[in-house]
Structures are given as structure tokens and as C-alpha cells.
Write a protein that binds this ligand. Structure first.
Ligand code: 4AZ
Length: 849
């Protein structure tokens, strides 16, 4: 099989050539100038001469421009370009023989010839295609999906005028339809029974003349294995190249391709991978395109027994590349997709969830619950195709309602009957992660037995009703409440815990909980971070009225300011007023230093026990580390700072009377781990070479509870092992902000360690409020977070792990290190964390991170 050729958009200038600009007849365009002059007032002689000269020049310019436009139009409409279309043609009345794999065999050439003639005949049925078609060549054959038949992969060349490109693309698109109706096309030579034809224009980025195409790599998938980009993991991938991996499984199977690592340049115009549900890069069969460091599920499935992976790189900035594992899965009839469900409660999800669903899937679940009940379904996650009016492409159908897009406005759907049909359909291209949902039967008179029903039909625990939190998502659990003694009533009738009053966070939503506070600013005033009050009108006026830049920190434009504790310092030493400018996707410093060093904090998956938490998804927290002591069990958590350094708590590495916790050689770090005791291909274990506990760690107060661990050798970063971003010392984590804690700590005080990594959401708590809650034990180096109504917290064994906050551009920063607390998850108690921003300089000094 020969590889695909280079695809130059060869331009063929017909007439006129560029020299004809000079040949344009300019004489008549001078006329208006002369006419014009005759109606003018009489200026002086010299002035007249200048005006005349000016007019002549203007007219010449105009005529040249007109000439150019005419020439350009004329030329463009006559220039023809070569356009290549890649396609596949299924033949049902041939049986695949080994010789078809050898392009020099007689059998290959005979069938290739027949296919080319067949294509010519197909194109001849369409006037547009017939006019511009030049030739076809067959690149390879594969066996048909169900072992019967043969699939030919070909390339057809068309020579067409530029303006016709769109029409030809459309006509090519219609070939699929055309061939569907006319099965026996070839006459007078031996006819081929054509089962299907699919084709599309070649991706234009493959036409760059600088690209060097490598020999395609053929991969037999049967026994499973791994593929990786050239040079991985030791050197970056080569520049300017185009490599194909052609994966083939046994007929009757599909291929699963799981990326362990995928790190390319951010710009898909430069470097990218593309996966096709075919052996050739046929655009209507493209499943995905990826570049940068993707955050989505990187597990892909084909519909049949072939798949193509393509890597294209350009000359600059080469990154590590990828490593992916492949395997084959038998295609069975049911495949766990669809069926009859008769239980009163259950769950459904798209095929292979949380992997991306395969193309051309069709599943139908028929739910039938007890006669006197109705059914409701709640979607937990929903990533199904693009949102469009009629959901063309991939969709979910709940009874007659079609759903598509990448989150739903409504998540609960109810039917007033005991039957519900859920259908999932995916088309032939571009796949996504799919959906997961739970369904439940309910008695019509009591839709949420024992629970509270929100206006959006979600049922929540009754204890969450009127607790100050918007648990329904539409606030319906927080309206019309009778406030308890421990709560205050906001003007908008919401009840909020009294301890949230005057904590600097607008908990009510109408600021009533922040009014009439000692030292608070009056109405119409802005409260600066340094405590000053200034008029609201002075905000964002390009002047530092607060004196700490905070009145200019959330404005469209950032100011260059005198440096203070609240201003970000660029590498060039200058300070800017924008709050948290680092890694927010916008260069703010003149030297761009706020956006350098930003290859951190991107979790690979979009996220939809610790106490009160839930099991994390595998790979969701790639910076989370499990520290094992004395080769026994999990003892503390830590976070990945780079390929050599971890951050943990100093109290984890303090000797006690019997045990030398400070001895590096007794510790082991597990990176990329999800379940304790279950290491897999993603997990990396390292011994610890060095431990640096903070020199001012205070055993009594837990002040400065921070330590660094150096691994005994570098780890290679990948989708399962990735550093979290360290904030600069001026980074602001305001009270009320949502944060995540993760770890394998006990799921209740004095309980058992968790087996799988747990995650839980907490909120940053104002330090003044926290001092009140924690008997004044909170120092400037500590940060409080938690859920004051109780039930959610870090606990024993979570120590050393990160308190993580996502910035608006999706990067995750480490706000704290799990340090201490009074018990775990108690009501009106906070979890206490080491405040990372206080220790940036120390960390940098010790590790260079
Ligand atoms: C611990 O012992 C621990 N509730 C960590 C955090 C908290 C309590 C205990 C916070 O590692």
C-alpha cells in the first residue's frame, strides 16, 4: 500500500499574468481630471500645478486599483486547483484475501482497477463531479466489518476552479446517498456490489509542503499493546511531520484507544492528533481532534474493527507527545446498551461511559415501573453532541423530547405514566463523553417521599431545606423559610447562619448580611482590601484610590502600580493592579510573565471520602499523591509541584518517641494512584530522597505546617500525574470561594481510611469568622475552609493533601495544605489549612519551582 501523496493546492494562473497590470489602458481615466479642472476656481499658477499633479496621481492610483480588482477577479475565477478527496468504498461481493494487503500483487491491482472504474461511474452520475474529476487511486484494502466483503480506501483527484470548491465538496457529500440507491453500478466490466461509499476533502493542514510524511505504521490490535509518538517519553516529537497509525482488530470487534499521556502544543493549527473511524483520514469519519493538554475523557472507541490515528506537527515548539494503549472488544448484540428495565430505581448511561461513546451507536432503554407510579429521570452528566435546534447528529431522546449539547438547562424529566423510553443515538463522526442518569419511580401525590421537592423537580434531603445553602440549584429550597434561632433573616427572606454576618461575603445575595458591620463601609462606598472605604464612583477610574490597588483590581484594564502586598509583581519587577492575573489566559504584564509557567493545574477531566465527600474519578486530581510510611499503608497526602518535588504537611514528617517520620528513606510516594493497593499502568512509585520541613514549624500551634519532599528520580508528567499551580504571594482566595479537598483519609472521625480517592467541596472561610470558631488559634499562615453546617471536612490521613481552587480560566491553584481541625466535619467548626501564599518564596527558594 502506498502512503498518501503530498497535497499541494497547486495554483495554475491562466491569463492575464501579473505583467498585464502594466498593459492596462489608462488613457480614459485621465479624462475626468481634465474635466474637473475646467470647473474649478482659478488658483495661482503654482498651486494649480500641484493640484493637477495630485489629481493625476489619484486617478492613476484609482485606475491601478480597478485594474487589480478586475485582474484578481478574472484570475481567481479561472484558476483551477487540485483538490483531493479521501474515501472508502465497501464491496459486499468480494472476499478479503491476503494478497489485497500487497499493492504490487495482481489481485490488488485488478480490484483497485475495478474500484477506480466504479468511482468514475459514480462521479459520472453527478454533473459537477463529472466535470472536474481527474483520477482515483486505491491506497489499500481491508476486510469488511462482519468478515464478509472488502473495504477499499481511495483518493480521488479533482481539478476545479476555486469558486467551484464548495459545490464539489457538497457533491462529494451526496455520493454517499447516490451510492445508497444504486448498488450495481459497474458495467460493462464485472460489476462490484457496492455497499457504501464515504468521502470528504482532505484536511487542508495536511497540504503544507513543509510536512514530511512518514511511512504509516500498521498495528494489529488483537493482543493489545501501546503506541506512542516518536521519541516519547525521552525527547519531544519531531517537527514538521505527519504520521499515521493504522489500527486493525479482528472483524466483529471494535477498537478501544486509551491515552495515558497526551501533551501537544496548545494551538491545533500547529500540532494535533486526529482519530478516524476508518483506515483513511475521511473527514466525515473523524471522531476527534486534540491538541494541547486536553481535559476530556481520552478513551475512544471505533464502531468497527479499524481505526486511524494521525499525528501532525509543525516546526516550532515540540512537546512530549502521547502514549496510548489499544485493545479490542467483541461487538456483542446487547453490549449493555439499552434494554428493558423494570425495577423502580436504576441507572442508565451512554455506551462505555465515561469513555467517549462509539460512533453509530443506537441504544434504547424501555423503563416500565409499577403501574400506579410515574417515572422521572435525572441526568448527572450530559455531553452529547452540539446543541442545535433539532439535535442533528448525536442526541438523547426522552419519550418524544430530543436532548443534545454539553449540559442541560433542565436535568430532571418526568413522565406522567409508568413507562419511559430513553434513546441514545450517535452519528458517524465526532464523539463525546455521553451521559449518565438515574431514574426513579414515584407516587404522583408524593414525588419526593421523605425528601424536599425543589421547583426544578430535584429531590433533596429535607435537612438541606432552609439551611442557608442553595441545594436545589434554583434557590427554591431557600425561599419562604422560617429562620431558626441560629439564623438571620435577609431582606430577601432567605435565612443564613448568623455567623456568616459581616464576614465580607454577600451570603444573602442582597448584601443584607454585610450591612451594619463594625468598620464596614457605608452605602455607596467601596471596601478596599486594606480596610479603607472609598466612594464606589472611584472604582476602575484608572487611579489607585485605595492605595493598595484593590479598587482597580477587577476592571477591564489593569494599571501599573506601586508594588504592595496586594499587587502582582511581574518578572521585570513592575506591579499590576489586576487581581489574580497569573495563568488566567490573558497576558497582563508587559513581559508576559503572568502567563509563563502555566503548564500546571489543568485536570484532565471536566469534573461534574474525606468526610461527606464522594469518590473522585480516575485521573481527576493528577497532583494528588499518597505517602506511605515504612512500606505499609497510606499515612499522609501530598501534591505534585513538578517532576521532582512534592508539597506536604510538616506534621506528617515529625519524629515521635518511637518512629523516625523525618527519615526520607522510610517514605514512599505513589503518584497517579486512585485505589489504595491497586497500582496500575498509570501509577508511579518513588522513594523519597530528601525531606525539608519548614524550619519554623511549631508543634504546638501547628504554625508553618509545611514540608517539601524530593523524589529520588524524576517522574514523567502525564494525564494522571500533573503539577498543581502554586499561587503567587499576592493571590487572593476570597472568603466564600468554593474549593476542593481530596484524599484517602478516614471517612469519619476515628473511622477507616478510604480505599478510593475521595473529593469534597468546601468553602473558604473568612479568617476573622474562623478565629471566632476556632478559639483564636488561627495564625496568618493558616487558612480556614469547610462547610459550617457540618458533614464535610478533611480528616485523619488527609493531612498534607491540597486544598484546591479553580481560577476562572479553569486552572487549579493550591490554596492550602490540609493541616488540622477539631475533630472532623463538626457543625460550626472549620478545617484548618496551611496558607500556601505565605510560603511561596520559601518553596521557590528550596525547590526552584
Ligand atoms: C489529621 O489528623 C486531620 N478536620 C486533618 C484534618 C482535620 C482533622 C484531622 C480537619 O490528619
Amino acid at each position: 500500500m502506498s502512503g498518501t501523496k503530498r497535497y499541494s493546492d497547486v495554483t495554475k494562473p491562466l491569463s492575464p499574468g501579473p505583467s498585464s497590470i502594466q498593459n492596462l489602458d489608462l488613457s480614459e481615466v485621465f479624462l475626468p481630471t481634465q474635466n474637473h479642472r475646467s470647473v474649478e476656481k482659478k488658483p495661482g499658477r503654482k498651486r494649480r500645478l500641484w493640484i493637477g499633479l495630485g489629481l493625476v496621481l489619484t486617478a492613476t492610483g484609482l485606475s491601478l486599483l480597478t485594474g487589480l480588482l478586475v485582474w484578481n477577479f478574472h484570475l481567481r475565477s479561472n484558476v483551477t486547483v487540485k483538490r483531493l478527496y479521501v474515501g472508502s468504498l465497501g464491496i459486499s461481493d468480494r472476499t478479503f484475501v491476503k494478497e489485497y494487503e500487497d499493492s504490487s500483487s495482481q489481485e490488488f491491482r485488478t480490484l483497485a482497477d475495478q474500484v477506480s472504474q466504479q468511482l468514475k461511474l459514480i462521479y459520472s452520475k453527478n454533473s459537477v463531479l463529472a466535470k472536474y474529476f481527474r483520477s482515483s487511486s486505491v491506497q489499500m484494502f481491508s476486510e469488511g466489518d462482519d468478515s464478509a466483503g472488502v473495504v477499499a480506501y481511495y483518493q480521488s483527484e479533482f481539478q476545479l476552479p476555486v469558486p467551484q470548491q464548495k459545490h464539489v465538496d457538497e457533491a462529494i457529500g451526496s455520493v454517499e446517498e447516490l451510492s445508497r440507491h444504486e448498488r450495481l453500478l459497474l458495467r460493462p466490466v464485472e460489476p462490484l456490489r457496492v455497499r457504501s461509499v464515504t468521502s470528504g476533502a482532505l484536511d487542508s493542514r495536511l497540504s503544507k509542503s513543509s510536512l514530511s510524511e512518514r511511512e504509516p505504521i500498521n498495528v494489529q490490535v488483537q493482543t493489545g499493546g501501546e503506541i506512542s509518538s516518536p521519541g516519547f517519553p525521552d525527547t519531544p516529537y519531531p517537527a514538521n511531520m505527519y504520521q499515521q497509525w493504522r489500527l486493525r482488530a479482528e472483524p466483529g470487534h471494535r477498537i478501544q484507544l486509551n491515552f495515558h499521556t497526551l501533551i501537544l502544543e496548545d494551538d491545533c493549527q500547529q500540532d494535533f492528533i486526529k482519530i478516524y473511524d476508518s483506515l483513511a483520514p475521511i473527514e466525515p469519519r473523524a471522531l476527534t481532534e486534540q491538541c494541547g493538554y486536553p481535559h476530556e475523557s481520552l478513551s475512544f472507541l471505533s464502531s468497527g474493527h479499524v481505526m486511524l490515528l494521525m499525528l501532525v506537527t509543525n516546526e516550532e515548539k515540540n512537546f512530549p507527545g502521547f502514549r496510548a494503549a489499544y485493545s479490542q472488544i467483541p461487538i456483542s448484540k446487547g453490549e449493555g446498551c439499552g434494554g428493558r428495565l423494570t425495577a423502580d430505581k436504576g441507572s442508565v448511561s451512554s455506551p462505555f461511559y465515561p469513555s467517549n461513546y462509539p460512533p453509530q451507536s443506537w441504544c434504547e432503554w424501555n423503563i416500565e415501573v409499577s403501574k400506579e407510579k410515574f417515572v422521572k429521570v435525572q441526568f448527572e452528566t450530559f455531553f452529547v453532541g452540539n446543541e442545535s435546534k433539532n439535535c442533528v447528529g448525536d442526541y438523547v431522546m426522552v419519550n418524544e423530547e430530543k436532548l443534545c449539547g454539553r449540559t442541560l438547562k433542565k436535568t430532571v424529566f418526568t413522565v406522567q405514566s409508568n413507562q419511559m423510553t430513553i434513546r441514545f443515538v450517535s452519528d458517524a463522526s465526532i464523539v463525546d463523553q455521553g451521559f449518565s442518569a438515574t431514574y426513579e419511580a414515584f407516587v404522583p401525590s408524593d414525588p419526593c417521599p421523605g425528601r424536599f421537592q425543589c421547583s426544578n423537580n430535584i429531590c433533596i434531603n429535607s435537612t438541606l431545606h432552609c439551611d442557608g445553602w442553595n441545594d436545589c440549584g434554583d434557590d427554591s429550597d431557600e425561599v419562604n423559610c422560617n429562620c431558626e434561632a441560629s439564623q438571620m433573616k435577609c431582606k430577601n427572606d432567605h435565612c443564613k447562619p448568623k455567623i456568616w454576618q459581616c464576614d465580607g461575603v454577600d451570603d444573602c445575595g442582597d448584601k443584607t448580611d454585610e450591612e451594619k458591620c463594625a468598620g464596614s463601609c457605608a452605602d455607596g462606598e467601596f471596601s478596599c482590601r486594606n480596610g479603607r472605604c472609598i466612594s464606589e464612583n472611584l472604582k476602575c477610574n484608572q487611579h489607585d484610590d485605595c492605595g493598595d490597588g484593590s479598587d482597580e483590581s477587577k476592571c477591564a484594564k489593569s494599571l501599573l502600580l506601586r508594588c504592595s502586598d496586594f499587587t502582582f509583581r511581574c518578572s521585570d519587577g513592575r506591579c499590576i493592579s489586576k487581581l489574580n492575573p497569573e495563568c488566567d489566559g490573558e497576558p497582563d504584564c508587559e513581559d508576559g510573565s503572568d502567563e509563563s509557567n502555566c503548564q500546571c493545574g489543568m485536570p484532565p477531566f471536566r469534573s461534574s471520602r474525606i468526610v461527606g465527600g464522594q469518590t473522585a474519578r480516575e485521573g481527576e486530581w493528577p497532583w494528588q499523591v499518597s505517602l506511605h510510611f515504612d512500606r505499609s499503608k497510606h499515612t499522609c497526602g501530598a501534591s505534585v509541584l513538578n517532576n521532582r518535588w512534592l508539597l506536604t504537611a510538616a506534621h506528617c514528617v515529625q519524629d515521635d518517641r518511637h518512629i523516625r517520620y523525618s527519615q526520607a528513606s522510610l517514605w514512599q510516594a505513589f503518584l497517579g494512584l486512585h485505589t489504595q493497593g491497586l497500582t496500575n499502568e498509570w501509577t508511579v512509585t518513588r522513594n523519597i530522597q530528601q525531606i525539608i520541613a519548614h524550619p519554623n514549624y511549631n508543634k504546638v500551634s501547628f504554625d508553618n505546617d509545611l514540608a517539601l519532599m524530593k523524589l529520588d528520580s524524576d517522574v514523567s508528567l502525564n494525564q494522571h500525574i500533573w503539577p498543581i499551580c502554586l499561587p503567587s504571594s499576592t493571590y487572593d482566595f476570597p472568603a466564600g470561594q468554593e474549593a476542593w479537598i481530596t484524599g484517602w483519609g478516614t471517612t469519619q472521625e476515628g473511622g477507616e481510611l478510604a480505599k478510593s480517592l475521595q473529593k469534597a467541596q468546601v468553602r473558604i472561610i473568612n479568617s476573622t469568622v474562623c478565629r471566632g470558631l476556632m478559639q483564636d488559634q488561627i495564625t496568618d499562615g493558616m487558612l480556614c475552609a469547610g462547610v459550617l453546617k457540618g458533614g464535610v471536612d478533611a480528616c485523619q490521613g488527609d493531612s498534607g493533601g491540597p486544598l484546591a481552587v479553580t481560577n476562572p480560566s479553569g486552572r487549579v491553584f493550591q490554596a492550602g495544605v490540609v493541616s488540622w481541625g477539631e475533630g472532623c466535619a463538626l457543625r460550626n467548626k472549620a478545617g484548618v489549612y496551611t496558607r500556601v501564599t505565605k510560603f511561596c518564596d520559601w518553596i521557590k527558594q528550596q525547590t526552584g519551582v
